[in-house]
Design a binder for this molecule. Sequence first.
Ligand SMILES: C[S@@+](CC[C@H](N)C(=O)[O-])C[C@H]1O[C@@H](n2cnc3c(N)ncnc32)[C@H](O)[C@@H]1O
Length: 273
Amino acid sequence: MTPENPYFGATNKELDTKRLEIQSSGFNPYTEKFLEDLGLSKETALDLATGTGAVLTILAKYANRITALDSDKDQLAEAQKVIELFNLGSKVELRQGNALELDLPDNTFSIVHARLLLTNLPTKTHSQVVNESIRVLKPGGVLVLEELGVDRGWHAKPPSSHFETLVNAVIEARNRTEISNQTGPELEDLVTISGLKTIAKNSYSIESRAKDPFTQLNVMFMTLYTPLLVRTGALSKEESEVHLEGLKNDIKDNPDMKVWAPQMFQVAAKKLS
Ligand SMILES: C[S@@+](CC[C@H](N)C(=O)[O-])C[C@H]1O[C@@H](n2cnc3c(N)ncnc32)[C@H](O)[C@@H]1O
């Protein structure tokens, strides 16, 4: 990653590991159902930006051999724990690498999967990631992408002005660093322009109650985003702290509060030749 656009979670890796764990508990059932409906048989898979290896147990149902790649060695150390816990050592190879320049041969994998990779990368790099994925896919292989529309439906009821301010600041900070807030909604166009044929798509938004861990995810997310909000001038350090504290109190004081995560988009697309 370039120094100007570091992955926002790298600002506090311990917190990010916890965040990814909670996030996966919400997203994994949808990933599992989407892959199941594709009717894949036993294949060779690449999990791009595997992070803490959250989808490895799911991919293991559809693949005999999995390469799990991430740019961050600390995330890969967490993925190694998953491999040991679920006895996946004979199936999964961990690899440190860059999704923009894959150090992997052409025509190798029947599935390339990435969840929440493009959402965190500058928009101008998205087609490069897709082209690299196409290069390493076998003809007839399937690219599965799962990415957010950060500005789609991310809200609370009753509304929290602190939450709204932080959500708007995240959207603004991302705009200022040229990272699309419409990555999810743009996935189908992206894969079509790259020469793939869409074979399945879906979108959903997770709803949680104030006490659910998934709601706490928003506090973790905003905490991890604070350095970027400050760096881009979307909020000052003082404003960020006030709104983060306000959000925590709103969640604590309103047990009936409901929070909707940004909409998630899933696309599966086939390499024709
Ligand atoms: C939000 S996490 C998603 C992890 C996992 N896919 C999941 O759904 O839980 C994003 C991951 O992308 C990785 N990453 C960021 N830029 C990357 C790049 N250029 N190449 C490979 N991995 C990258 C980060 O290190 C991080 O682990």
